[in-house]
Design a protein around this ligand. Structure first.
Ligand code: HSE
Length: 296
């Protein structure tokens, strides 16, 4: 028997929701797991990731421990669409898939809350793993256990990802953040995230134009990303862009447009032609399912 797990990419933070908010998008990594007599075989990923320190394998082992799955060997086949180290949750897809794979061999593939708690423990924060598990746009509180709820988004939006030709590690991107922030900045983020959530629920697009602003991480991270100021400036000037933000820890930048803004991507690409050398521009939809598990 093989277990096949498809996990969506995610875009975390959405501006002010640092380590709290995230959205699943229509770009997927797929992993197939098979128990074998002995050894570890990993195919479909770069060779340097094909050893025992493979994140999917490590998560599978954690999941196996949790559900009491004993195994002597494992084969993992990976099919990747999500670019690595670009702020689109590729490591979360590995963690979620590994856990779901192990849970599935014990028939527990749909135990999403248990998978969320474990995935958050491995990742350190829930904002990427939660939407990868539940789909949609989520907010999470990470206390003794993780509490995640979906935001019922009223309007239909598209997410336009501006993916640079270079990577940025989450570790480096977190290292530039201050440990202490001012009350003004804290209030700024609480108010903007609250407005963002209320605007998504009410379909209040004017509120979105304000709600995506962040004071906690983007001001510190922008200088790590060549082209950040220029691209964000262009996006902020476009009257039909409802919001733009740094996706996860970056370096991908994300713009939100209405689904009926059919020319949005063409318009933005043309307007920003001079500052997008080597950048990939991808139009994504919100994924509403989260991971999908199947048996072969
Ligand atoms: N919330 C995380 C960050 C997402 O911004 O660092 C990336 O893991």
């Amino acid at each position: 028997m093989k277990v096949k797990v498809r996990v969506p990419a995610t875009s975390a933070n959405l501006g002010p929701g640092f380590d709290v908010a995230g959205v699943a998008v229509s770009l997927y990594n797929t992993f197939t797991f098979e128990l074998i007599d002995e050894g570890l075989e990993i195919t479909g990923c770069p060779e340097q990731f094909a050893g025992e320190d493979n994140l999917t394998y490590e998560a599978f082992c954690e999941g196996a421990k949790e559900v009491g799955l004993e195994f002597t060997g494992l084969r993992i086949e990976c099919k990747d669409e999500v670019p690595y180290t670009r702020g689109l949750g590729s490591s979360s897809t590995c963690i979620v898939a590994g856990l779901v794979g192990a849970f599935a061999f014990k028939g527990r593939y749909n135990d999403r809350q248990d998978i969320l708690n474990l995935a958050t423990r491995i990742e350190g924060h829930p904002d990427n793993v939660a939407p990868a598990i539940f789909g949609g746009l989520t907010v999470s509180v990470n206390a003794d256990t993780v509490t995640t709820l979906n935001i019922p988004v009223k309007n239909d939006y598209r997410f336009v990802a501006f993916i640079p030709p270079f990577t940025l590690s989450t570790q480096l991107s977190r290292s530039v953040l201050p440990d202490v922030v001012s009350r003004k900045d804290a209030i700024g983020n609480i108010s903007h995230l609250s407005l963002l959530v209320a605007s998504l629920i009410n379909g209040h697009d004017e509120g979105l134009r304000i709600g995506f602003h962040d004071h906690l991480h983007q001001p510190y991270r922008g200088s790590l990303i060549k082209g950040y100021d220029e691209i964000m400036h262009h996006l902020e000037q476009d009257e039909q862009v409802l919001g733009c933000y740094l996706s996860g820890a970056g370096p991908t930048l994300m713009a939100v447009i209405r689904a009926d803004d059919l020319m949005g991507v063409v318009r933005l690409k043309e307007a920003m032609h001079d500052c997008l050398d080597g950048w990939e521009v991808m139009k994504l939809e919100m994924d509403r399912q989260g991971y999908v598990c199947d048996f072969e």
